[in-house]
Write a protein that binds this ligand. Structure first.
Ligand SMILES: Nc1ncnc2c1ncn2[C@@H]1O[C@H](COP(=O)(O)OP(=O)(O)O)[C@@H](O)[C@H]1O
Ligand SMILES: [Mg+2]
Length: 337
């Protein structure tokens, strides 16, 4: 645990300044991504998973921006780059984005350009980031397409994204995310739209490449079945903050935060029915109306009356590196208002 992590998020706040008000999508996110391991980021829709990934890459959509906090990137254990200090379109940021940190998204069309052949998109990316010749980039492109399971890659180079099936497009996007051999792959629900068989193939592929390249993976998903298959560590987010972070065994066998426990109860069981999280208590509040105190208290089955609605718990560290933000585990800060 003492090794310098690859990425450290410190008190990251990313807000969207809309006409209706400020959406505090990230409201003080702190966690680290270890080298060479798989960290899954989970939580219900709207809790800030995608905005976290996009903040690291400095591709937050307008009207959003990082307003506070730091993103420290350690390319080697002895180097530190503060990503939040770089301009999004600066040369250094463009070198990091897509070169040192690769990304794949749920919807392939958001990262694949519609009017360029897939061969050109991948080979240009390799050329820009690796500075190799055109011929070499073409060879590597063919290799990557073959690795992600695209048949007859030489003839597929000239295909446009719209000519491919959804599963094939997803594979192309994965090739694009991996072709520069990144130190970190940020995968934002990359298999959600796929059938179970293709999903399994792609998870295997990511795992295989991860071992080969010693790549860290930050895998964003709301599918706890996927988490069980691939995670080393898990970060549970709720309303733009970390509720809990722990090793995957702890998350499944001894979850601490009542929110994590509620998520665990929502996993489908063999032969059993899935209990929707909404059935536990209420919905995720609208981001304009963040509850006072612990933001989970209105839905929490273990709420402590007279405390949880006014006290904002700190993220408490345990000896094994796990963390939880909940008054059941002590440490708290008096609400300032
Ligand atoms: N472009 C945007 N404009 C306004 N609000 C946004 C925008 N993108 C995301 N948000 C808000 O930020 C919050 C976090 O979103 P997101 O990270 O996409 O959630 P998740 O990926 O966990 O489902 C949500 O409340 C969402 O509505
Ligand atoms: Mg998302």
């Amino acid at each position: 645990m003492s090794e310098t992590p690859l990425i450290e998020l410190e008190g990251l706040r990313t807000h969207f300044f809309t006409d209706e008000g400020v959406v505090k999508a990230l409201d003080g996110v702190t966690f680290s991504v270890p080298r060479g391991r798989t960290l899954c980021v989970v939580g219900e829709s709207g809790c800030g998973k995608s905005v976290t990934g996009r903040s690291i890459l400095q591709i937050v959509d307008r009207p959003g921006r990082i307003v506070e906090g730091r993103i420290l990137y350690h390319p080697t254990p002895h180097e530190t780059i503060d990503i939040t200090a770089l301009r999004p379109m600066s040369r250094q940021m463009r070198t990091i984005r897509g070169g040192e940190i690769g990304m794949i998204f749920q919807e392939p069309m958001t990262s694949l350009g519609p009017i360029q052949t897939i061969g050109k998109q991948i080979s240009e990316t390799i050329r820009i980031h690796k500075g190799v010749s055109k011929a070499e980039a073409r060879n590597q492109t063919i290799e990557w397409l073959a690795r992600v399971g695209i048949p007859r890659p030489e003839t597929r180079l000239g295909a446009y994204p719209f000519e491919l099936s959804g599963g094939m497009r997803q594979r192309v996007m994965i090739a694009l995310g991996l072709c520069c051999r990144p130190k970190l792959l940020i995968a934002d629900e990359p298999t959600t739209a796929l059938d179970v068989t293709t999903q399994a193939v792609i998870l295997d592929l990511i795992r295989e490449l991860q071992e080969e390249m010693d790549m860290a993976v930050m895998f964003i998903t709301h599918d706890l079945g996927v988490v069980a298959q691939i995670a080393d560590d898990v970060v549970v987010m709720y309303l733009g903050r970390v509720a809990e972070r722990a090793g995957v065994e702890t998350i499944f066998d001894a979850p601490r935060h009542p929110y994590t426990r509620a998520l665990m109860r929502s996993i489908p069981r063999l032969g059993g029915s899935r209990e929707p999280l909404e059935a536990i208590r209420g919905m995720v509040p609208h981001p304009f109306r963040r509850p006072s105190g612990c933001s989970f208290h209105p839905r929490c089955p273990e709420v402590i009356a007279g405390r949880c609605e006014s006290l904002d718990p700190d993220l408490r560290e345990f000896g094994d590196g796990s963390q939880v933000r909940c008054l059941l585990y002590g440490s708290q800060t008096e609400a300032q208002q």
